[in-house]
Design a protein around this ligand. Structure first.
Ligand code: NAD
Length: 305
């Protein structure tokens, strides 16, 4: 795993490319049979925070050869209008994958709307049927970032059975599903969050540490066990006067000092982000194929399909 020169860098761009190559034949078969996957991102208003995310998706879709479209509803839309748009996308046979871009304008609840997406087209794995399947050990469409974390961990070649896995952050899109997936691989899982007492004592126990919080430098070297596998999900813009933009992107982990102790670590950028986009494309292909739930956790993160 680690090299004499330092930790293994878990390169997300290289892994994303591997995933693309793996799914290319499935995509070609779909296209040949006249069923090219079509992914539609529905957004309400034009929140700038969503822009970069959707741009990344579009670039990913273009690279993979998947049709991608953004449907934008006016920022003044109410919940009923969003429901109606989702219903139309559910019904449209030409649309094989649907995602609802967040954040939504104030006053519109995301959860109720995510539940309106046809589970068979739910490429972000946010519908309760898909998440519920995972709870019961059946694996269908699952949240992309959580699967991306699992793919990166798998690429470190660590055997998770019986290992201590610590997840910092308990959001519905990352922390909670990652915890379930790590459990499915028989790790001993601890989930930490903003109210966790003595975070460092828990993270120091981690053979595998997944951090998804959104706070730069939350994880310092003295909080990490020597030889740990560290996955940094955080995306934070911090001031940087040397850049034209005035900012640069960092994760939640103090990279240089933690890298000196870890066996393997993801960079930010270039770690979880590109793999998340690749998993979204992979989910879109499986949705277009009509993926049935799997019962074998050893196929997690499902790249065997
Ligand atoms: P969220 O904002 O929904 O939740 C944050 C979590 O961090 C909560 O569980 C909270 O309890 C916990 N937390 C806050 N302060 C903490 C502290 N001091 N100690 C321990 N826990 C603390 O988070 P999210 O939507 O999962 O996103 C987390 C980060 O991951 C953000 O930076 C986000 O931009 C990034 N993200 C990246 C990707 C990607 O593809 N790379 C995808 C999703 C999210």
């Amino acid at each position: 795993m680690s090299t004499p020169d330092g930790p293994t860098l878990l390169d997300g761009r290289a892994l994303a490319e591997k995933i693309r190559a793996k799914y290319e034949p499935k995509l070609e078969a779909l296209i040949e049979s006249g069923r090219r996957p079509r992914l539609v991102a529905l957004r309400v208003g034009e929140d700038p925070a969503t822009e970069a995310y959707l741009r990344g998706q579009r670039r990913g879709a273009e690279k993979w050869g998947i049709e991608y479209a953004i449907e934008t509803l006016p920022a003044s839309s109410d919940e009923a209008a969003v429901r109606k748009a989702l219903k139309a996308l559910n019904k449209d046979r030409g649309v094989t994958g649907i995602l609802l871009a967040l954040p939504l304008p104030e006053g519109i609840g995301a959860r109720g709307l995510q539940h309106q997406i046809d589970p068979a087209k739910d490429v972000e794995g946010v519908h309760p049927e898909n998440l519920g399947n995972c709870f019961y050990g059946r694996y269908s469409l699952l949240p992309c970032t959580a699967l991306a974390c699992m793919a990166l961990i798998e690429s470190s070649e660590i055997d998770l059975q019986g290992k201590n896995a610590v997840v910092v952050g308990h959001s519905e899109i990352v922390g909670k599903p990652v915890a379930l997936l790590l459990l499915a691989k028989d790790a001993t899982v601890t989930v930490c969050h903003v109210y966790t007492d003595d975070l460092a004592a828990r993270t120091r126990e981690a053979d595998v540490l997944v951090v998804a919080v959104g706070k730069p430098d939350l994880i310092r070297a003295d909080m990490v066990k020597p030889g740990a596998v560290v996955v940094d999900v955080g995306i934070n813009a911090v001031p940087d006067a040397t850049r034209k933009s005035g900012t640069r992107i960092v994760g939640d982990v103090s990279f240089d000092e933690v890298a000196a102790k870890a066996a393997a670590i993801t960079p930010v950028p270039g770690g979880v982000g590109p793999v998340t986009v690749a998993v979204l494309m992979r989910n879109t292909i499986l949705a277009a194929e009509g993926m049935p739930p799997l019962d074998d956790p050893n196929q997690l993160p499902l790249f065997n399909r």
